[in-house]
Ligand binder design. Structure first.
Ligand code: ATP
Ligand code: MG
Length: 352
């Protein structure tokens, strides 16, 4: 059966890196005999320029029909005038919301070539292999906001249902990995965090007794993540804490150009994108690192299409390309960098 994949290149380096990821999926399709069909649509600044809207109806309709969505990046200086009423980023938020993609996954497994580029000491990083699961559609970012002349407020609200569904996802991943889950909250101060912790404890006891559940307060977790990153397997947390901890965790990997992400809902459909932005400073020069987006394609194979062997093949091919010295400017020694295309080719030739 054919798989329908919607490709949203977006802005800046988005088109350059998604091209490499589509080529990756095509190579996998040829090698393993899968029929992947691609449809490209507009999002972000490119969509604003063409239609006036960051998420055109045609794009959303195509995404609703798709098995999976591969995205580059959105945004850039052209659309970031403070007086602008429509922004590229709104397109992405609206898409996640419309598709109910409440669980954001960011795996971090530093490759040896990137260890020197991390601010964390290499001996602490060897063997790090963690997965951060962030709740993406609730909490402070979506609660009622009020602004008065001399004060402002943002409501943080979570329902048991919202907590349960993201926790079940995280417990499931922990069970399939090394069986360890750390749930991060601020239960000594926040009511939403107390509900989060109670819910995690209950689900763990009733449904995942085989997974070792630990709770951490977000402030101490921020330290542990740098001081002993090797100790973690799956880490799950709410929206705001996850936003901060995932950026922190990205430092462990050395370069933004190596980190993929997946956003999942209840079904299999997911949205896959590199964690980096549109990198306007290097856009159009053919020097961006395509690996984060190629690794996002691997997550697409794993989580939306259920193709674990194929996903692993992509991950191994990227690791082998890095081992062979196919390093773009973000990772290479001065004068040694290869182009986006050459880095992508080093992966593709290993997949053919
Ligand atoms: P956003 O607000 O969209 O998250 P940002 O301002 O955080 O964007 P990025 O666009 O991610 O920033 O870029 C941050 C820095 O990292 C820039 O200097 C950019 O050139 C670099 N960078 C990001 N992605 C890549 C990549 N794939 N390859 C090489 N360098 C990259
Ligand atoms: Mg950013």
């Amino acid at each position: 059966m054919a798989s329908e994949i919607v490709v949203l290149p977006g802005d800046g380096i988005g088109p350059e890196v998604t091209r490499a990821a589509v080529a990756t999926l095509q190579a996998v399709g040829r090698r393993y005999g899968h029929d992947f069909r691609f449809q490209t649509h507009l999002i972000g600044g490119a969509a604003i320029d063409a239609t006036g809207e960051p998420l055109p109806a045609a794009t959303l309709a195509a995404c609703r029909q798709a098995d999976a969505i591969l995205l580059g990046a959105v945004g850039g200086p052209k659309w970031s005038d403070p007086s602008a009423t429509v922004r590229p980023e709104q397109g992405l938020l609206a898409l996640r919301q419309a598709l109910g993609l409440y669980a954001n996954l960011r795996p971090v497994r530093p490759h040896p070539v990137a260890l020197g580029a991390s601010p964390v000491k290499p001996h602490l990083l060897a063997g790090v292999d963690l997965l951060v699961v962030r709740e993406l559609t609730g909490g402070l970012y979506f609660g009622e906001k009020q602004r008065h002349a001399d004060r402002a407020s943002d409501l943080c609200e979570y329902s048991v249902l919202e907590i349960e569904r993201v926790l079940r996802r995280a417990f499931g991943f922990a069970r399939a990995r090394r069986g360890k889950l750390v749930s991060v909250d601020k239960a000594n101060v926040l009511e939403t965090s107390r509900l989060w912790r109670e819910t995690a404890t209950r689900i763990g006891r009733e449904e995942y007794p085989d997974v070792a559940l630990d709770h951490q307060l977000v402030d101490s977790m921020a330290m542990h993540l740098i001081a002993r990153p090797r100790d973690f397997d799956v880490v799950v947390t709410e929206n705001l804490f996850g936003d901060i901890l995932t950026d922190e965790a990205s430092l462990l990997a050395g370069s933004l150009g190596l980190l993929p992400s997946a956003s999942l809902g209840d079904g299999r459909r997911g949205l896959y994108e590199p964690i980096h932005g549109s990198a306007p400073d290097i856009a159009g020069r053919g020097i961006a690192n395509p690996f984060a987006t190629m690794l996002s394609a691997a997550l697409l194979l794993r989580h939306s299409l259920g193709l674990e062997e194929e996903a692993l093949a992509v991950e191994l091919a990227v690791a082998a390309a890095l081992d062979s010295g196919a390093l773009t400017a973000d990772l290479a020694a001065p004068g040694q960098a290869v182009s986006t295309q050459a880095a992508a080719d080093a992966v593709l030739e290993r997949l053919e």
